[in-house]
Design a protein around this ligand. Sequence first.
Ligand SMILES: *[C@@H]1O[C@H](CO)[C@@H](O)[C@H](O)[C@H]1NC(C)=O
Ligand SMILES: *[C@@H]1O[C@H](CO)[C@@H](O)[C@H](O)[C@H]1NC(C)=O
Ligand SMILES: *[C@@H]1O[C@H](CO)[C@@H](O)[C@H](O)[C@H]1NC(C)=O
Ligand SMILES: *[C@@H]1O[C@H](CO)[C@@H](O)[C@H](O)[C@H]1NC(C)=O
Length: 301
Amino acid sequence: MATSSLLFALFITILNIRMVMCASCGPIIANDEERIHVALNLEFLEAEFFLNGALGKGLDTIDPSLAAGGPLPVGAKKANLDALTNRIMEEFGYQEVGHLRAIITTIGGFPRPLLNLSTENFANIFDEAVGYKLAPPFDPYMNTVNYLLACYLIPYVGLVGYVGTIPNLVNYNSRKLVAGLLGVESGQDAVIRALLYEKANETVLPYNITVAEFSNHISQLRNRLAMCGIKDEGLIVPLQLGAENKTESNILSADANSVSYERTPQEILRIVYGTGSEYKPGGFFPSGGNGRIAKGFLAKD
Ligand SMILES: *[C@@H]1O[C@H](CO)[C@@H](O)[C@H](O)[C@H]1NC(C)=O
Ligand SMILES: *[C@@H]1O[C@H](CO)[C@@H](O)[C@H](O)[C@H]1NC(C)=O
Ligand SMILES: *[C@@H]1O[C@H](CO)[C@@H](O)[C@H](O)[C@H]1NC(C)=O
Ligand SMILES: *[C@@H]1O[C@H](CO)[C@@H](O)[C@H](O)[C@H]1NC(C)=O
């Protein structure tokens, strides 16, 4: 009995190592527009989640031309937020509209991809993160802390994607654009994480899980899905992951020199699809992302 479970654990470990070895963590060949288009998918996701959460209405009520006829997001709705959080999320939503316009007018765009912002999709991601079925299912729209935890899922992925994109860009105009997008994206992530850190030791009702524990579970899930090591850290960490190994607080997630982690397009797609595979759409993007890079992976499935 003990031997067979040991063998099973060994088998799972080997399987995990194989998955890491097979997954590509390396660079891909693409031009500036194609690289920035990976991020455009995430900007649509953020715009719809923030605008709907704060205002109960999305991009099409503000500037439908930016969506270019893409399908309406599924399941997005007004979140039950306190006044401060609602104000912050409304501003973030408008910022995403600006980001969409900036990308589309600088390099051109594509229609908004199909987005799954349903309670059920978030509930699945949170189940996956904690490793069992939460009862009742996690509802991102129910209250401020749930919505902030759901937000913890989103801008950080854009941030590490932009950090990974900039060194590969060739043209001055694209570098300038992405540096500017990165600045605001990391600001959004910092605000969300600071608001959550204030509640780090609070239990998220009705679960017996604190805010900090949820953040660690979500960060670990993203590291597992992306399959390229630790590039994502929760709000309270062991000292060796804290800044200069001197603090367990981890209000910003960064490497040993407090420099932002970077991710490739493959890693980003593995995370936002929730499947751990850039070839298998799902999660927030049931039909996959748009743009040459995302579509290229889908075609190969
Ligand atoms: C959204 O996600 C939920 C949960 O996985 C799923 O049941 C639903 O079919 C998805 N919607 C679309 C349009 O893919
Ligand atoms: C949470 O608890 C830890 C250890 O119990 C403590 O060091 C930390 O200051 C607390 N953080 C907050 C934000 O209350
Ligand atoms: C909640 O979790 C803590 C530790 O994570 C544990 O000590 C405690 O017994 C749990 N309480 C309930 C009611 O499950
Ligand atoms: C912190 O710990 C890590 C790993 O344990 C190590 O690589 C790093 O050099 C340490 N940093 C400092 C500033 O001591």
